[in-house]
Ligand binder design. Structure first.
Ligand code: URA
Length: 217
């Protein structure tokens, strides 16, 4: 499936209850060949009306953050964990998140971003379910050969002005990390060790089966 087909298909999605109240599906926007993918939570009222992610107040602040480090939103790809607006802007529920998961996963497969910027705890939870955003915001991790940078959701700054500076500091840190050849990135996957463990386990299973055979004979 190519990018355009995916977007067309996603726009017709009725896999969960969110579509009933939403004006339209908001699959995402930006460069389909982007190296950086931003993932937020869910469309709000403006996004629902316009069909574009982060085009309301939180989006304006996201633009400010990007601008502060010289990034233009047309050069990145922006999507959300759920692609339809939850009624009254409530939090997306687990079954809705699960229903929407394949759309995000296929977007990732097609766009192949090298870097993910996870905006808020719903995006964080998709990739790092055990992480707490208060402990990992402003940090970068490497997993599956990709870089994940974690930030608070831009909307927090709308409710709590003191968080603005935290977000500006975090986005600056993100730019530094990307510029400095990723030297401050914590590596979470160790493919070589994982491979060695897997081989060890397979050999042990084989030995166990051979021993069982001997007993049965
Ligand atoms: N908040 C989000 O998480 N996504 C949007 O698109 C807008 C607001």
């Amino acid at each position: 499936m190519n990018f355009d087909d995916l977007i067309k298909k996603c726009k017709k999605c009725h896999k969960c209850r969110l579509r009933k109240n939403a004006a339209q599906v908001v699959p995402g926007a930006g460069d389909p060949k982007a190296e950086i993918m931003f993932i937020g939570e869910a469309p709000g009222a403006n996004e629902d009306r316009e069909g574009v992610p982060f085009c309301g107040a939180a989006g304006k602040f996201l633009d400010e953050l990007l601008e502060s480090v010289g990034i233009n939103r047309k050069d990145v790809f922006i999507t959300n964990i759920v692609k339809c607006r939850p009624p009254g802007n409530r939090e997306p529920q687990n079954d809705e998140i699960q229903a929407c998961r394949p759309w995000t996963n296929t977007l990732i497969k097609i766009i192949k971003p090298k870097v993910f910027v996870l905006l808020g705890r719903f995006a964080l939870n998709k990739f790092f379910p055990n992480f707490k955003i208060s402990q990992v915001h402003g940090k970068a991790y490497k997993k599956w050969g990709r870089i994940f940078f974690i930030m608070y959701h831009p909307a927090v700054a709308l409710y709590n002005g003191s968080q603005r500076e935290v977000l500006f500091a975090d986005v600056k840190n993100m730019k530094e990390i990307l510029k400095n050849n990723l030297s401050n990135v914590e590596i979470l996957d160790k493919p070589k060790n994982e491979m060695a463990d897997l081989l060890k386990r397979k050999r042990a299973e084989k030995r166990k089966k051979e021993n069982q055979l001997k007993i049965n004979l």
